[in-house]
Write a protein that binds this ligand. Structure first.
Ligand code: AMP
Ligand code: ZN
Length: 112
């Protein structure tokens, strides 16, 4: 999907600060951080939102979730972290390529 912002991040045609990538997943810094650490965990594959998931994505989703504590540790978030997934207009989703927000460190305000 060429008009998708995060597909461009995956391809590298849009600059981003990547902190991790493997054959299925890319992790990069949110451009407008809401905490000292604010990362986005995305699949390489274009999936618009949680609403588009089916059973073919089960392994991918498990891998994304299992990666979260590893990335948090790598970022020094030893005291815990917050994860958020916005879905659809009612959930405040702005970019329609599935992503998990990983937030932590200082300046983490109440419910984001
Ligand atoms: P959401 O509201 O869950 O769809 O969140 C989209 C997030 O993507 C927001 O936190 C934005 O700050 C972030 N964002 C938008 N464009 C970029 C970009 N080019 N690079 C990194 N983060 C971005
Ligand atoms: Zn995409």
């Amino acid at each position: 999907m060429s008009d998708c912002l995060f597909c461009k991040v995956v391809e590298g045609s849009l600059p981003s600060e990547k902190v991790y990538e493997d054959d299925q997943i890319v992790v990069f810094k949110d451009i407008y951080p809401k905490a000292d650490v604010h990362l986005l965990i995305i699949p390489r594959q274009h999936i618009a939102s949680l609403n588009e998931l089916d059973e073919t994505h089960d392994q991918l989703i498990a891998s994304m979730f299992r990666l979260l504590p590893k990335i948090a540790r790598q970022q020094g978030l030893d005291n815990g972290f917050r994860t958020i997934i916005n879905t659809g207009p009612g959930g405040g989703q702005e970019v329609y390529h599935l992503h998990i927000h990983l937030l932590g460190g200082g300046n983490l305000l109440g419910f984001a």
